[in-house]
Design a protein around this ligand. Structure first.
Ligand code: GTP
Ligand code: MG
Length: 205
């Protein structure tokens, strides 16, 4: 059977309970929205295949429970993630302040080169907003990650956010495969001299 995708990317959604992680994922995978809050138990995932630069990329997106009591299970999923969305709620200051703690969790548990992105969700609720877009942007800049405000309810930026994260992962992969194919001395690894000497001695190159 023909393979239906070129790459598989594993993504993870993290953030406090109630910020809208599940709704963002449901908007992205099913283009739907539910205003009833059904808090996630443990972990769940959804799949959607997208096309980036002519390549079919299957996104396997893990949706974690924000509640503290599930932290042991959810943390176990950090290691395999290639990209992580950190989500806060623009109408809830505490969820924004906690982003620093979520970043610390990533540093302690995820792979060092994981791509990250911060999302300020529920931006449709302008009248109850307490975190300005500017503060979100500054926080993301501090950590050198991308930032977007989203609304799972209206759909604003949900698709763009996942595509941007997937694109960053793909770019990183493309750069890495170029580096891997280059001779060691041109990729900045100083082994050129000894390789040359080996060559003169008649060793295999
Ligand atoms: P846990 O599973 O407990 O970690 O929570 P969660 O982050 O998955 O939150 P969930 O997606 O279940 O959403 C929580 C509540 O916020 C629900 O009542 C949603 O309908 C509402 N909600 C989520 N996203 C938005 C949004 O963009 N705008 C508005 N107005 N409400 C939203
Ligand atoms: Mg949830």
């Amino acid at each position: 059977m023909a393979k239906t995708y070129d790459f598989l990317f594993k993504l993870l959604l993290i953030g406090d309970s109630g910020v809208g992680k599940t709704c963002i994922l449901v908007r992205f995978s099913e283009d739907a929205f539910n205003s009833t809050f059904i808090s996630t138990i443990g972990i769940d995932f959804k799949i959607r295949t997208v096309e980036i630069e002519g390549k079919k990329i299957k996104l396997q997106i893990w949706d974690t429970a924000g509640q503290e009591r599930f932290r042991t299970i959810t943390t176990a999923y950090y290691r395999g993630a290639m990209g992580i969305m950190l989500v806060y709620d623009v109408t809830n200051e505490r969820t924004f302040e906690n982003i620093r703690n979520w970043i610390r969790n990533i540093e302690e548990n995820a792979s060092a080169d994981v791509e990250k992105m911060i999302l300020g969700n529920k931006c449709d609720l302008q009248e109850s907003r307490v975190v300005s877009q500017e503060r979100g942007r500054v926080l993301a800049e501090e950590h050198g990650v991308k930032f977007m405000e989203t609304s799972a309810k209206s759909g604003l930026n949900v698709e763009s956010a996942f595509l941007a994260l997937a694109k960053d992962i793909k770019n990183k992969m493309d750069r890495k495969s170029v580096t891997d194919q280059q001779p060691a001395y041109s990729s900045g690894v100083r082994v050129g001299d000894s390789a040359e000497k080996e060559g003169k001695k008649g060793g295999c190159c």
